[in-house]
Design a protein around this ligand. Structure first.
Ligand code: GLN
Length: 489
């Protein structure tokens, strides 16, 4: 079926005239209609404008006018925290329930300029805060391998939509693991680019020193193709870095003999799920067989990463979310004075996890506590970054599990935020340090059969070698080929 194609195969079929963008887009829309009732990946779709864009793409394809439009005619979808002109931008929050974006963010305009078709808006934890998509004000998304389980989060909708073939590929955002963790839970590929690689203009900010946009795809090659379109400096995002953008697909097939891979000893801890442990050990052996050199490295400050992250992320979130005060954006609950209006609007509009974080972050930033919490967390962050840079003197990449355990049941951890926060243990350091990271499928648990993710972490702006190493692994293993039975409903 057309909607099952990878991005690279879909591009090829369109270019060779074997199919049309209209057929491909319609196949995705039909799949959304058929299965998304059971999965809740999409918060909204716009079939009419998608089909109009597809018809236009077909005209260009048949006239051979494809120059500079690498994604011409390809149906994609974006997480609902990235601005797309005239489309809803809800961040899965009641506060923004009826908000329509007046402009395109940079990734949306780059994708449109490359000829992509945007099908709709994907579900997430409210304002991207969470690890399960259960914090969405519009209902949790569900895992196609087992509908009773979470797809992970916060980009759960992106991973679900890709894995259940509702779109060809998607974008998510990753502040502490939100692309890689759902990719692991779903058997997709998820790439968090280095901080500054992809413009965040038009991404609703959660924690500005941590947020990055990246691809969620069916294959490593697909992630490289999307990176070619979305990466690069943008004068509208002062944190985007004017670093040269390589062709990320160019070296994918080069062999990885002699690649030095580090195993951080602090990441191979007690408490790892046994199936995760054995799959990751098998992955290490695969890399040995491919000619990589494996060595142990140490990241001694790893144990402080979660505490530092949850102080920094909540502090920045409390400042970023101050803009939702009921005057400028979204829903308003009136009051007789500005204070009442503001507190009523936020009290009604934000869900419990967002409130928890705003309160925690405001406390951490308050005078008298700033030095003890926020500033100290930033110092710890520097130590963690130094650990990584030191490790990268000896090795090219680091290899870890993406998550300590596979997908958990909906409702299992929602009442215990600390349990939920601990799931981020392997992913958050890449955000704290600005490094790049990718998750690729590396095995399954038995009974129930659930995907397991392998994480590779790369140097800042080292996505090309990360993708090359991930591609070599993918080609040498069968894990990405297995699909779940997609429930309808
Ligand atoms: N799970 C992490 C959190 O809840 C990461 C979220 C994200 O990457 N957006 O903050």
């Amino acid at each position: 079926m057309l909607n099952e194609l990878t991005l690279s195969a879909a591009i090829q079929q369109l270019r060779e005239g074997k199919t049309t963008s209209t057929a491909l887009t319609q196949a995705c829309l039909d799949q959304i209609e058929k299965v998304d009732g059971a999965h809740n990946a999409f918060l909204s779709t716009d079939a009419e404008s998608a089909l109009a864009a597809a018809a236009k793409a077909d005209e260009q394809l048949s006239a051979g006018k494809t120059e500079g439009q690498d994604l011409l005619g390809i149906p994609l979808a974006l997480k609902d925290n990235m601005a797309v002109k005239d489309a809803p931008l809800t961040c899965a929050s009641k506060l923004l329930e009826n908000f329509i974006s007046p402009y395109d963010g940079t990734v949306a305009s780059k994708l449109k300029a490359a000829g992509a078709i945007l099908l709709g808006r994907l579900n997430l934890d409210e304002f991207a805060m969470g690890s399960s998509t259960e914090n969405s004000a519009f209902g949790a998304a569900r895992n196609p391998w087992d509908l009773d389980r979470t797809p992970g989060g916060s980009s759960g909708g992106s991973a679900v939509a890709v894995r259940s073939n509702q779109c060809i590929a998607a974008l998510g955002s990753d502040t502490g693991g939100s692309i890689r963790q759902p990719a692991a839970f779903w058997g997709c590929v998820g790439l968090k680019p280095s901080y500054g690689r992809v413009s965040r203009y038009g991404l609703v900010a959660f924690a500005s020193s941590l947020d990055q946009i990246g691809p969620v795809t069916k294959s490593v090659e697909d992630a490289a193709i999307l990176m070619n379109t979305i990466a690069g400096h943008d004068s509208r995002d002062s944190t985007s870095v004017p670093e040269a953008v390589p062709d990320f697909t160019a070296n994918l097939n080069q062999d990885i003999k002699g690649l030095k891979i580090g195993l951080p000893k602090e990441y191979f801890i007690d408490g790892l799920d046994p199936a995760v442990k054995s799959s990751v050990e098998a992955a290490i052996q695969t890399y040995r067989d491919l000619g990589a050199e494996i060595q142990e490295v140490t990241l001694p400050h790893s144990e402080y990463a979660i505490a530092a992250y949850y102080l920094i992320a909540t502090a920045e979130a409390s400042a970023n979310l101050a803009r939702f005060e009921g005057i400028r954006y979204g829903q308003r609950v009136d009051g007789d004075d500005p204070f009442t209006l503001n507190s009523r609007t936020r009290g009604k509009g934000f869900g419990p996890e967002v409130k928890r974080r705003v309160i925690l972050g405001t406390y951490a930033l308050s005078s008298g506590y700033y030095d003890a919490y926020y500033l100290r967390a930033q110092k710890v962050r520097t130590l963690i970054r130094e650990d990584f840079l030191k490790a990268f003197n000896d090795v090219d990449l680091l290899l870890t599990p993406t998550t300590p355990a596979p997908a958990f049941l909906i409702g299992e951890k929602i009442a215990d935020p600390l349990q939920m926060y601990l799931l981020d243990i392997f992913t958050i350091s890449a955000n704290l340090t600005g490094m790049s990271g990718i998750s690729v499928p590396c095995g399954f648990t038995e009974n129930p059969r659930l995907p397991i993710g392998l994480q590779l972490l790369g140097k800042p702006f080292g996505e090309a070698s990360l993708l090359q190493a991930a591609h070599a692994f993918e080609q040498a293993t069968p894990w990405h080929k297995e699909s779940p039975t997609i429930a309808t409903g």
